[in-house]
Design a protein around this ligand. Structure first.
Ligand SMILES: CSC[C@H]1O[C@H](OP(=O)(O)O)[C@H](O)[C@@H]1O
Ligand SMILES: Nc1ncnc2[nH]cnc12
Length: 294
């Protein structure tokens, strides 16, 4: 059995989402990771009796820029406390006219243009290659879509999230390039987060909340943080409603995901057992213990 059932939900909050309102029995607790410091303490609580673990991606007060986030520590820490499913919530710019600010996009693909981040738990001493063909968990995506019903949220299932390094926003030429690639939205954080969740055999889905039209749109020639925060604030109630609905929905699922997220490492390890570095294996205990022990 890959995981105890039911799923344990972890929420990674992005810009503007530094706590979950309405969470009961809340405690913030420092959780150590073998990969350094997570962005903040983890927030443990329950929503209608269902346990939830929350982590603000940039830390409370938004202290970390996208390039400074220790994505490995965040995912490792969430796995260490028993999280099986990660719902990522992010602010994004829209690259399409039909995705105006206020739209919630449950993205299903990513293009990773980041270049200054550590992107894998694996490497010298234990090499692995997981599939990223389908980076988003269908079960989790289904639950998010159901949770939005009745909330009056303009929602779209599917779309490609272009992940840029930042912290500066894009040039017009870059924005037009990503549009020509057919991308739907742009942000700075979902990679390597999604890659690391897959390596850690965690289900992952991302709700991309559109806050702006980046800089390509004739009516909006630049994006500003003030604009992003204003749209996020206006949509905070809807984001809260979504989290409130999705947690009990997911909590009702019994057993592991059937889409392969929780067995991603079954055919991924390539380093011969006798060539593996024991110190590296120890660091990988939470992430990959399931396959390293057998
Ligand atoms: C505040 S605008 C730019 C900032 O917002 C997004 O963060 P997140 O994905 O954590 O919501 C974007 O990726 C940038 O980090
Ligand atoms: N236009 C944009 N580009 C990158 N990240 C963003 N986050 C919110 N809006 C964004």
């Amino acid at each position: 059995m890959a995981h105890p059932s039911p799923p344990v939900i972890g929420i990674i909050g992005g810009s503007g989402l530094y706590q979950i309102d309405g969470l009961q029995d809340v405690t913030w607790r420092k959780v150590s990771s073998a990969f350094g410091e997570p962005s903040d303490e983890l927030c443990f609580g329950t929503l209608q009796g269902t346990p939830v673990v929350f982590l603000p991606r940039h830390g409370r007060g938004h202290k970390l820029s996208p390039s400074e986030i220790n994505f490995r520590a965040n995912i490792d820490a969430l796995k260490r406390v028993g999280v099986t499913d990660i719902l990522s919530v992010s602010a994004v710019g829209s690259l399409r006219e039909d995705l105006p600010p206020g739209t919630f996009v449950v993205v299903d693909q990513f293009i990773d243009r980041t270049f200054a981040r550590t992107k894998s738990f694996f490497g010298t001493g234990c090499v692995a290659h997981v599939s990223m063909a389908k980076p988003v968990c269908t079960r989790l995506g289904d639950a998010v879509m159901s949770a939005m019903q009745g909330l009056d949220i303009p929602a779209k299932r599917g779309g490609t999230y272009l992940v840029m390094e930042g912290p500066q926003f894009s040039t017009l030429a870059e924005s037009e390039l990503y549009r020509s690639w057919g991308c739907s939205v742009i942000g700075m954080t979902n990679m390597p987060e999604a890659k690391l969740a897959r390596e850690a055999e965690l289900c992952y889905a991302s709700v991309a909340m559109v806050t702006d039209f980046d800089c390509w749109h004739p009516g909006h020639d630049a994006v500003t943080v003030d604009q992003v925060i204003a749209v996020l604030t206006a949509n905070a109630g809807k984001a809260r409603g979504l989290v409130k609905n999705v947690v009990p929905l997911l909590g009702k699922h019994a057993g592991p995901c059937r889409h392969g997220c929780q067995t991603a490492l079954d055919h991924a390890l390539i380093t011969a057992p006798e060539a593996r570095d024991p110190a590296v294996l120890q660091r990988l205990e939470a992430v990959a213990g399931r396959v390293l022990k057998r």
